[in-house]
Design a protein. Sequence first.
Length: 233
Amino acid sequence: MTLDEGARTWRDHTPVGVIRPVASSRRSGRARRRWTWRGRVVLAVLLLVGLVVGYYLLSLYQVWSTGNGDGARPVDAVIVMGAAQYDGNPSPVLAARLDHVVDLWSQGIAPLVVVTGGKRPEDRFTEAEASAAYLVERGVPADAVILEDDGATTYESLQGVSEILGERDLDEVLIVTDPYHSLRSRIIAEDLGLQAWVSPTPYSVVDGGESFQRHLEEATGVAIGRIIGFEDL
């Protein structure tokens, strides 16, 4: 009997339960390759999820920390971000922002105040008009108040402000809005060529669970806006 015939005879008569070394090694190699491929996919997915979550949490922290700071300083103009008004009367949210502007005006922060916000088709007054009247009633001189009354979004309002102040060769601004809205407002203003700081109103009526929800929404907006641009957001 030759060696080849002997090897074939051994394979043909291998008892049940006896592991054939060569076949086992092959199966083990294939299993390792499958596990390596799957492991790489799982690892890549986990890394991607981790990056997305980390990026969002960083944005959320920045929204929170900006809203809890105060960058008040002498500037060319104070900008008040608009909010709802009811037939010429500022909503509680808008009034809280305007009350903070009155405080800043008394400190001599800036010689000008720019009020912002347009109106809905059925409204008689713009947000800017309601804000201007509110400030004048509380001691801010009418000739120190500038109206930007066309914008329907934060971006549009700040774009209008940038054009108005640009005509006066002014660019240093202090933005007044709610804490949760502060970071996005500042970033947009800077994107539009303004040197911007924020002074969030301490009188905000948005608190508790609603404030938490707004912070989450703003973090999403900031995270996406930094990627696609705030004008398209």
